[in-house]
Design a protein around this ligand. Sequence first.
Ligand SMILES: [Zn+2]
Ligand SMILES: [Zn+2]
Length: 670
Amino acid sequence: MSIPKPFALMFLTLAVACQGGGDKTKEAPPAPKADESPAPATTPSSKPQVADTPSGPSPVGEPGRASDTPNPLKNVYFGEQHLHSQNSPDAYAMGTRNTPDDAYNFAKGKAIKKNTSGEMVQKKTPYDWAALTDHAEYIGVLPQLTDPNSDLSKKLKNYDIVQMIQSGDEKKGDEAFAQIAVGLTTNNPDPNFNRPDIIKSVWERQKEVANKHYEPGKFTTFIAFEWTSIPVNQNLHRNVFFRDDKGPDLPFSAFNSDRPEDLWTYLETQRGAGHETFAIPHNANLSNGLMFAPRDSEGQPIDARYAKRRANNEVATEIIQCKGQSDTHPALSPNDEFAGFEKQYKHLIGTNPPVLGRVNYSYVREALINGVGYQEYLGVNPFKLGIVAGADAHTGFSDNEEFNYTGVHGNVDSTVQKRMSGAGQTAGEAAINFGTPGATAVWAEENTREAIFDAIKRRETYGTSGPLIRLRFFGSWNYSSDLTDDEQFVKNAYAGGVPMGGDLAKMPAKAKAPTFAVWALKDPASGNLDRVQIIKGWYQNGYPQEKVYDVALSDGRVPDPKTGKVPPVGNTVDLKNASYTNSIGDSQLATVWSDPDFDPAQHAVYYVRVLEIPTPRWSTYDAKAMGIDPPEGVAASIQERAWSSPIWYTPDPKLVKKAPFYPQLHQVFN
Ligand SMILES: [Zn+2]
Ligand SMILES: [Zn+2]
């Protein structure tokens, strides 16, 4: 849970920032270049295929898209799966007063008033769906304590913390919030506030608002909450989602238990009661090696039962959000030249003085690779994870648009000046080190709760650092090399293989290596594409291995024949004007790739990473607004990106030679 320090920042004035809903990019997306290949595929039907895309007209279209009836070839729906309103106690303590209604309205594309700055904020491109995930701990309690007429205030009118909050003295109010916050970080709830009757009434309202904003076919919401387990500042947070419109009677909080196994028991119980549900962890990067540790909460090595329960209950993981990316770390992936993206946020949440977290077992790529190791070693993969991304904004809205960023932590970073000054901190980290929210894309038959929930559950989903990049990824044993040029590309890809999130079918006798079809299309409101990469992880003699392959390159580039290195795409960012041009890169990239290093005896996992050309980081837009140089210490331009869910290969057991020892999987530290 994010706790602002110091609370004194809350008195900062409500200056209006210079960033309305306007698009600061100088460059409108160009029409596709004539020489770009492959040509875009078209839908089987002859009607215009892009007019109904949620992001407005795209430059070349989306193969397979259809809108009038459920589409078996799936449409992409962009949305938010991690967001906090004033009903999260830390958000409220940061000064956020934007409500669940505001959160859904903003996601739908409506302009809302940001209470901490007074400015109107609006997305350039609306989302198709959103889940509000307020912290289950003290959910909705603080707004009631501030309101002297609320039932809770009346019941607790003689309690000193409540009197401090209602005294009208800002300092006393901040002190009271700080005292409440201590209970959160130490997992020691105040029984006056942690009351089932209060939680139930707020939770019922939370569900009502989610249902009110659900417009099947147009905009989807979910009943959801965050379970905020953070034992000794080690982040184990999970968001919990429900498929139905009733949801559970009560959310499960870290006050109930901070052990993931107990959360799974809650999920299994809910399923038994007819509420289909799953959990999605986030900020593995801040877990100090606990999120994907080779042991359970009791310190025992992972066994097959644990692995099965985990895979059943946790179907995806966040790869990026405002507190950094969890794909990988340069220390884990020294040969990955793009591993250092948005890694400024380093410290374990709530540590003072700040403590750096352990890198091992804190990243998704390593977990995916260890997952196939477990598949070989135990016969079950505990980390069979799809990929999503999120905001984790504590403002009531998800501003995933880099050029349109207005801060994520209430009063701490609500204006350009505050974000750039470094004075305010959240959880021990300066505002400049936070990134913009990520976005989640799902491939679903239609925009409904059931279809989107099921898509995430089968891992047909991907995450981006914010832009709405479109990305298809399929695996097979026999795709033709020109598959992505075919008008029936998507139909044939489904017919002959599996989409992202799937398992390759049994290897046919004549096959040599799996083939993968990838198609990516730029966000019309963001930069062109630099390249498409396939990241492969596998286990060899008991040790994890990884390799990054560049499979599609823009601008006709080819790798250096000697080094295999790809020349950089270039950088058109004008730092002074915080602008760029789409004169480099391609608007669309597609290819069919076959693994040149395939060994049928090795368990393997493959996922896609798409990189954009460099565009300005939010802090560069803010610097321009202030008329100063971009700040040092953070990148002035960044390569935004998308990460697909993986496709897995599991060998025929007859081919597998188990290693005598799996050091990464046996290791039990402490
Ligand atoms: Zn969290
Ligand atoms: Zn959160």
